[in-house]
Every structure is written in structure tokens, then in C-alpha cells.
Design a protein around this ligand. Structure first.
Ligand SMILES: [Zn+2]
Length: 212
């Protein structure tokens, strides 16, 4: 995408992820490590090295913070080709920003919730990023079926992956990580791919390869 659209989506991601914004550079480094070392000890979030999803998520958070705060530098193979926006990177990781978003979500509930129990859903909004990450990283390498032998434990968890917008086709994704379409079989649907195709059709992004 062009530098304008890159900034646009960076900002849109910040606004929509809000209190649980994940920094693109740190996210990219972790994701590249995950692909290079899938389900080995060097994988930042393999469920096969932890007794529960909580301990896996805590380790993922620590490794994420190492790269976010430059406490550690990544291996050369995992560097570069990610967007950075120094001012927004600092702003998005500040506690003031997180609290402002949290207060905003709570105010929305105060204005629109019709039953008290709805307020129990607020933590989902506060921790949307880590919850999504934990679900994909844990389930996607533990539960479901495999189309390919990738020499790891990656699985396709749901044939109709509407819950995680296609991201739970981990087995397909590890087989061909550069394919924007995570669905491979006729009964698999990757909703995000269709959004990507739309963005390509209206020339906001340019896909290098298109599969029909
Ligand atoms: Zn994976």
C-alpha cells in the first residue's frame, strides 16, 4: 500500500484496538519468529510448552515487551519491512492512553447498556488484543484438523472461521505463509481474504499474487 494508506490503517488500528493496541513492529517480529520456529522452544507462543493458556500469554507478553521497549534486538532475519510511527508508538503504549480508552468504553456502556450484566463484558473490550491472540495462538496449534504436514502442530480449528475472521486456518497459513487466502478447501471460508480482495479491487492495496 502507499505511504498514505499505511498511515491511515496504522491510525485506524490504533483507534479500533484502543486500550489493547499491539505495536506493528513488535507484532511483526513475534509473528516472524513464530513462523520460523513454529512449535519449537524458540517459538514465542507454542501451546505445547505451557500447561495453560494464561502462562503462554504471559510469556508472549514478555517477549513482545522485550521488542517493543528495545530491551532485546531481534535476529537479523526478523528485522525491517515493518511500519513504525514513533509518536503514535509512544502514545499507544502509554497508560494514560489505555485508561482514556477504558473510560471511553465504560461511558459507552453507561449510555447504552440496558442490563447490569452487560457491564461484565467490559473486560473483553479492555483486553481485546491479548484475548484474540490467546485464542488464535492456543487453539490454532492445538485443536482441529490438518490439511498439510508442516512439521509442527498447526491446525485448522473451524471450517467456517467467522469467529477469528480466517486466522484459525493456522495449518493452511503455515503451509503457505505468503498466500493472503488462508482457506484452501472448498468448505473453508476466510472472510478477511474477501476484504483484502475488495481493497485490491478499489486500489487501496495491491496484492502481488491473486488466486481465484
Ligand atoms: Zn501459527
Amino acid at each position: 500500500m502507499s505511504p498514505f494508506w499505511e498511515k491511515f490503517f496504522y491510525l485506524l488500528t490504533f483507534i479500533s484496538q484502543g486500550s489493547s493496541f499491539l505495536n506493528p513492529r513488535a507484532y511483526a517480529i513475534l509473528h516472524r519468529m513464530h513462523h520460523a520456529y513454529s512449535d519449537t522452544e524458540k517459538d514465542p507462543h507454542s501451546p505445547h510448552f505451557f500447561k495453560d493458556v494464561w502462562s503462554m500469554t504471559m510469556q508472549t507478553k514478555n517477549i513482545y515487551l522485550d521488542y517493543l521497549l528495545h530491551r532485546k534486538e531481534p535476529e537479523p532475519a526478523f528485522r525491517g519491512n515493518y511500519p513504525t510511527w514513533p509518536i503514535l508508538d509512544r502514545l499507544s503504549d502509554s497508560w494514560i492512553t489505555r485508561v482514556v480508552f477504558g473510560v471511553g468504553y465504560t461511558a459507552f456502556y453507561i449510555a447504552f447498556a440496558t442490563h447490569w450484566w452487560m457491564f461484565l463484558l467490559l473486560p473483553v473490550h479492555f483486553f481485546m488484543g491479548p484475548i484474540h491472540g490467546a485464542a488464535v495462538n492456543w487453539c490454532g496449534h492445538k485443536y482441529g484438523y490438518s490439511n498439510y504436514d508442516n512439521d509442527d502442530h498447526s491446525k485448522n480449528s473451524l471450517p467456517l472461521d467467522f469467529l477469528m475472521m480466517g486466522e484459525l486456518f493456522q495449518n493452511n497459513h503455515h503451509k503457505s505463509p505468503n498466500d493472503a487466502n488462508f482457506a484452501k478447501k472448498w468448505y473453508e471460508v476466510d472472510p478477511t481474504y474477501h476484504i483484502i480482495r475488495f481493497l485490491h479491487a478499489v486500489r487501496i492495496i495491491r496484492l502481488r499474487k491473486i488466486r481465484s
